[in-house]
Design a protein around this ligand. Sequence first.
Ligand code: ZN
Length: 154
Amino acid sequence: MPYSTILHHPHPLLRQKALPVSAEEISQPAFQRFLEQLAQTMIHYQGIGLAAPQVSRLIQVIAVNAAPTPLILINPKIIKKSWRTTTEEEGCLSLPNVFGFIKRNKKIKVRALNREGQPVEFQAADLLSRVIQHEIDHLDGILFIDKAKKISTK
Ligand code: ZN
């Protein structure tokens, strides 16, 4: 399977809003292949997360590099956020060598569809919470540099 090309900032597609995916679409073999390709592209480029708009698809799909298998979330929504926040350094495959410190909610509750189109709801904390918030921002056309303090290049 060929890996997808990752768009780099300032590509205009990175600034668009992604559209929700329908249940019918999720069951299509071509869509399932796209999910696998998104996950494999993330792993190939050693990302801890990747959102569909980063590979030119304006749909609400994110991949998160979780053990033991990549986590795929379709139409993800944050339905609860902790008042507690943490500030950590982030990077992004669409902004190579750029880093910045971002304040995010320490814990979130997420509602989404899994790769089979089944509804899932779960809590995420710390790094997983941060990665999901970063990837959901991509679905809204938001990049971490919009929120970051102390941006640096390495
Ligand atoms: Zn990113």
